[in-house]
Design a protein around this ligand. Structure first.
Ligand code: ADP
Ligand code: MG
Length: 482
């Protein structure tokens, strides 16, 4: 939904996102505790993470490196001077009583990300800032009917908060923006982008206005953790606000929650202002001072970014823009495809892996990296097609057998006798038999019906159990029929 049709007016949705991305590091932002996922509750906690009095935070250099690289990847200003502030609030899972974050002097300043907007044009979405902060712990309400438990494993895990300008105008644009950010983070390895685990989650700010009017009052929907939910939440919220305004009421600025079961948002609390948090510089931490040479080095060492890969896939590998975008923005797909395509017919590889490998992953609801045929082994299957040993259809059948048995393509071809029939003499016999019993179709061909060739090919494929070489069959058929 991109147009917001009210009773009285066509409204415009305005969206700005705050993305919380867990930075990929071995240890926490200010302590040596592990950040590994899936550990038993409270096993990855140091005295710093439980905020024992007198403990001092020590900044994790790797977290700084990752956020600087992220800033560079979105063409943002890197602030050589930045400050850590305390953001004070009470939560049972926040033992410090404050979160160490950055307020007036974030480490990354203004940047921009280009996305394809709803009108098909590419435009920039402004990035306001990216700052470093600690994650809180987790309150667990469903383990006991009368107690709430607290797990501090996540307490102190490094996050970067990526704040956008209110430049997005529809749920589709917001989704494209998140996909792009996720891809960039994954390419440079600063966040794994795993939304199911909550390693990348969005606070979504939504308002509506008549086109051309100043910004309307916004609501902020907290912690949306899938792209599907993001779209649902925005569409629901925009319509809710529009109905309020058209009924002559005013939208109240507040924090809301998205309920994925009902597809609706509901009020959580009234909006707090920055001054409610009593931000002040953390006296335990010196301002962070970076050298320009350090930033320059990280810039020079950045790997290929999604936009660069996209250009390369289109210009050098000859993929269509749609297919290239599908591969590039789902990094797993690019990772599978690229080693196979290197040195081979990229278009053929793209068609085949989409049908076989991505189809298989989709059907079995597994990650592409968990498909039991490696890119190397799949490449060997492609080589059999190129060498004329098998055709595409048989290759797809062989792929399924490879996944099932773990055997190599060549072995399966041998065992099952699947090698393609290219022998002219053998094929001629089959073709002649088909022509003999198909007087009607032969007549149609002679009357100029070229399409009937396809029917003949089908017959011959049937007789050869799909193993005939389609190119040879086509050539022989035409010769015989003419
Ligand atoms: P806070 O930190 O209190 O949530 P900010 O002013 O930093 O507030 O804005 C947070 C996010 O809200 C930003 O992504 C910004 O683009 C977005 N935003 C601000 N005003 C609006 C608005 N009227 N409609 C939609 N989004 C908005
Ligand atoms: Mg906010």
């Amino acid at each position: 939904m991109s147009k917001l049709e009210g009773k009285t007016w066509t409204w415009e949705t305005v969206i700005g996102l705050e993305i919380h991305a867990q930075i990929t590091t071995k240890s926490k932002l200010f302590s040596g505790a592990s950040t590994k996922f899936g550990a038993l509750p409270n096993t990855q906690v140091t005295l710093v993470d439980v905020a024992m009095p007198g403990m001092l935070p020590v900044l994790n250099e790797m977290a700084v490196e990752q956020i600087v690289r992220t800033g560079l990847a979105i063409n943002a200003e890197i602030n050589l001077y930045s400050v850590f502030d305390r953001k004070n609030y009470f939560y049972p899972d926040l033992p410090q009583g404050y979160q160490i974050s950055q307020f007036s002097d974030p480490i990354v300043g203004k940047g921009e990300i280009e996305i394809k907007m709803d009108d098909g044009e590419k435009r920039g979405v402004g990035i306001t800032r990216i700052h470093l902060e600690q994650d809180a712990g987790k309150s667990i309400h469903d383990m006991d009917p009368s107690f709430t438990y607290v797990d501090l494993n996540r307490s102190g895990v490094p996050l970067m908060e990526i704040v956008s300008e209110p430049d997005l105008r529809s749920s589709a644009e917001a989704a494209a923006y998140v996909r792009k950010i996720r891809a960039i983070l994954q390419y440079i390895g600063s966040c794994d982008g795993n939304m199911e685990r909550g390693n990348l989650r969005c606070d979504v700010n939504v308002s509506v206005r008549r086109k051309g009017d100043p910004l309307g009052t916004r609501c902020e929907i907290k912690n949306v953790n899938s792209i599907r939910f993001l779209k649902q939440a925005i569409d629901y919220e925009a319509n809710r606000q529009l109905n309020i305004i058209e009924n002559g009421d005013k939208v109240t600025q507040e924090t809301r929650l998205f309920d994925s079961v009902t597809g609706k948002t509901r009020s959580m609390r009234s909006k707090e202002e920055a001054h409610d948090y009593r931000y002040f510089p953390d006296p335990d931490l010196l301002p962070l001072q970076l050298k320009k040479s350090y930033v320059d080095r990280l810039s020079a060492e950045l790997p290929e970014l999604p936009d660069q890969k996209l250009l390369r896939f289109v210009n050098e590998l000859g993929l269509s823009l749609d297919v290239a975008e599908e591969f590039v923005f789902e990094k797993e797909k690019a990772d599978y495809f690229e080693p196979i395509a290197t040195g081979r017919d990229a278009k053929l590889v793209a068609n085949m892996v989409r049908k076989d490998v991505f189809g298989y992953a989709n059907f079995h609801s597994i990650n592409i990296s968990d498909v039991p045929v490696t890119p190397q082994k799949y490449g060997e299957l492609i080589d059999l097609i190129v060498e004329g040993d098998i055709n595409n259809r048989i290759a797809s059948e062989i792929f399924i057998l490879m996944a099932k048995t773990g055997k190599d393509a060549e072995v399966i071809v041998q065992e099952k006798g699947l090698r393609q029939l290219s022998d002219t003499n053998e094929l001629e016999v089959v073709i002649e038999k088909v022509i003999e019993v198909s007087e009607k179709q032969v007549a149609q061909y002679k009357n100029g019906n070229q399409k009937i060739i396809g029917w003949f090919v089908g017959q011959i494929m049937q007789k050869t159990k799909g193993q005939a070489n389609p190119k040879v069959v086509n050539a022989l058929l035409r010769k015989k029929l003419n």
